[in-house]
Design a binder for this molecule. Structure first.
Ligand code: SAM
Length: 275
């Protein structure tokens, strides 16, 4: 078996998972089923790749670091069919990937990855742009980010990230992972999260840009009431007519209520709609 000789690169967020228990927990959480199409982002030295490959028999990985490609291919020999895409994941078109793949063509992909933390949010939103091609994501991220993604109303960390994400996905924090599980250890705690895009019919947002604007303004000044924070978008009467309390603060408002308000505004006659 080949060795990975290059030292970890900080600029690529390389913190390699080294604790068997957490590797096993991730593989169990993914629990790949026959015929499923798995795509791992940032396989690194193969900590998750090889156990997944052993279990599932085939896997596609997307890795940006040239130094890791050959050792990864060598390590996978005799384990299973590994397809390596040497690219920046933000340049990978997941819809095309799902559509193109030979005998699995047209089947949704399942994304897995211990993500480079410096670009974890861009990766998440990039994947969501291709939500129809992605059946679920099991990602390791900074725990602080996972807490924000999964938070509900009333939580101190409930905010724009959670409300944007939960409008389009089911978000489930699975388990925490301490710095000592990685080589080299990161400075922060980590956590594994599952994100499952909702079918379009369940999302129920009539105007996506307007929804994003309502959420952005509502949390722009989170201590303000909705009536004040949303002054540029709508009136207190609009907020009440949509069934929300104008004196509530964004941090108390459910995702379903943000959707109701945005849909109410989207349905107003042209002259009364937010510009
Ligand atoms: N999966 C391995 C593990 O758990 O040990 C490595 C995880 S490490 C936190 C992140 C990985 O993502 C590294 O292998 C790094 O080279 C890769 N990476 C960083 N930026 C990337 C990008 N833009 N596109 C694809 N891979 C990237």
């Amino acid at each position: 078996m080949s060795t990975f000789k290059a030292p970890p690169k900080k600029s690529l967020g390389q913190h390699f998972l080294a604790d068997r228990r957490y590797i096993d927990m991730i593989v169990l959480a993914v629990d790949p089923q026959p015929g499923e199409r798995l795509v791992e982002i940032g396989p690194g030295q193969g900590a998750i790749t090889l156990p997944l490959l052993r279990r599932h028999g085939e896997l596609t990985v997307i890795e940006f670091d040239r130094d890791l490609i050959t050792p990864l291919m060598e390590a996978s020999e005799g384990v299973g069919r590994l397809t390596v895409i040497h690219k920046d994941v933000l340049q990978v078109d997941f819809s095309k990937l799902a559509a193109d793949d030979g005998h699995h063509a047209g089947r949704q992909i399942r994304l897995v990855g211990n993500l480079p933390y410096n670009i974890s949010s861009p990766i998440l939103f990039h994947a969501l742009e291709h939500a129809a091609a992605v059946s679920d994501m099991t990602f390791m991220l900074q725990k602080e980010v996972v807490d924000r993604m999964a938070a509900g109303p009333g939580s101190k960390v409930y905010g724009r990230l959670g409300v944007m994400l939960q409008a389009y996905c089911r978000v489930e924090a699975l388990f925490d992972v301490p710095p000592g599980a990685f080589r080299p250890p990161p400075k922060v705690d980590s956590a594994v999260v599952r994100v499952v895009p909702l079918p379009a019919a369940e999302v129920g947002i009539d105007d996506h840009a307007l929804y994003a604007r309502v959420v952005r303004d509502a949390f722009g000044q989170r201590r303000k009431t909705l009536r004040n924070a949303l002054q540029q978008v709508c009136s207190g009467e609009d907020i009440a007519a949509a069934g929300l309390r104008p004196d509530a603060r964004a941090e108390q408002v459910e995702v379903a209520d943000f959707k109701r308000l945005a849909n109410y505004l989207a349905a107003l006659p042209p002259g009364q709609r937010p510009a």
